[in-house]
Design a protein around this ligand. Structure first.
Ligand code: A3P
Length: 285
């Protein structure tokens, strides 16, 4: 299907990946109605912003141990049933690419804690381009130049990166809800400082030495070499090679391998226009 090369579905102006089904409203409603439990935590992000990395870190912070089975409770593709949700040990750490107002109503009412992960849009688009080519049910076959236009025009899963980030920034600025921002690039620069901030945000008081161990154990090469015990995707989506494309390069600045000078300037222009009200600053190197 040329008009929809990423096989997306649409609801209220936002595009969703195949795992939302033909009518995303059904799944969105089920998610909205999830009964929150005390201590539930959400890790939210636009796709390819470093969610697996943060998930690993937060799992360790919450468990207070670096020896724990990694659970990846990625809500969006999950089968939303009481049985599945109740089987997750508390405190439950969920991950989602949805916007703030799409999270479970009871979780928002309870003012549960949310960590929002951000990464510069050039690296996000390149990471996403590699991902959609490999992902079992998407298998995008277009060239980078075409994909770049899809990304700029919000014709990708979860639609506009700019809108996603801005909507979360607005929500954080309102100050009505505990939302903590973590930048992928800041984690690369100084993971321990960011871990300390996350730890404090989660009301955990971990000593420096433990944070250092967490930083060490969640390094790219370590995570790449370990198997996830739980991933909610069907086998045809997360095939045996999934480690290769979930943990691809893990660096800042890989966008230079695909972006032309012109594309870089074009994205800078769009960023300037779309993010004129934003106080966020992204680093690209
Ligand atoms: P690249 O494709 O640029 O390598 P997400 O987890 O949100 O899907 O994001 C995936 C991106 O995070 C990939 O980027 C992946 O390599 C990177 N990543 C995953 N684990 C990482 C880690 N431990 N350290 C640094 N980057 C990591």
């Amino acid at each position: 299907n040329n008009s929809n090369p990423l096989k997306l579905t649409e609801s209220s102006g936002i595009l969703y990946p195949y795992y939302f089904g033909d009518d995303p409203r059904v799944k969105l409603k089920n998610i909205k109605n999830i009964q929150s439990k005390t201590g539930d935590i959400f890790l939210c992000s636009y796709p390819k912003s470093g969610t697996h990395w943060i998930m690993e870190m937060v799992n360790m912070l919450v468990a207070g141990s670096i020896e724990h089975p990694t659970k990846f409770n990625f809500l969006d593709p999950m089968i939303i049933s009481d049985q599945v949700l109740d089987s997750i040990p508390c405190p439950r750490i969920f991950q989602s690419h949805l916007r703030f107002n799409q999270l479970p109503a009871s979780f928002l009412k309870r003012k549960g804690k949310i960590i929002y992960i951000l990464r510069n849009p050039k690296d996000v688009s390149v990471s996403l381009y590699h991902f959609v080519q490999k992902e079992g049910r998407t298998k995008y076959t277009g060239k980078w130049d075409e994909f770049f236009q899809l990304f700029l025009n919000a014709n990708v899963g979860y639609s506009s990166w700019f809108d996603h980030v801005l909507s979360w920034e607005r929500e954080k600025e309102k100050g009505r809800h505990p939302i903590h921002f973590v930048f992928y690039e800041a984690l690369q620069k100084d993971a321990v400082t960011e871990l300390d901030r996350m730890s404090k945000f989660l009301s955990l008081n971990h000593p420096h030495s433990f944070l250092q161990s967490v930083a060490e154990c969640s390094k790219f090469t370590k995570m790449r070499n370990q198997q996830y015990l739980y991933h909610p995707f069907p086998a045809d989506v997360m095939d045996d090679n999934y480690i290769d494309y979930l943990f691809r390069k893990g660096i800042v600045g890989d966008w230079r391998t695909l972006f032309s000078e012109e594309q870089s300037m074009q994205l800078d222009e769009v960023c300037k226009a779309e993010m004129s009200d934003s106080k966020l600053a992204f680093s690209y190197e």
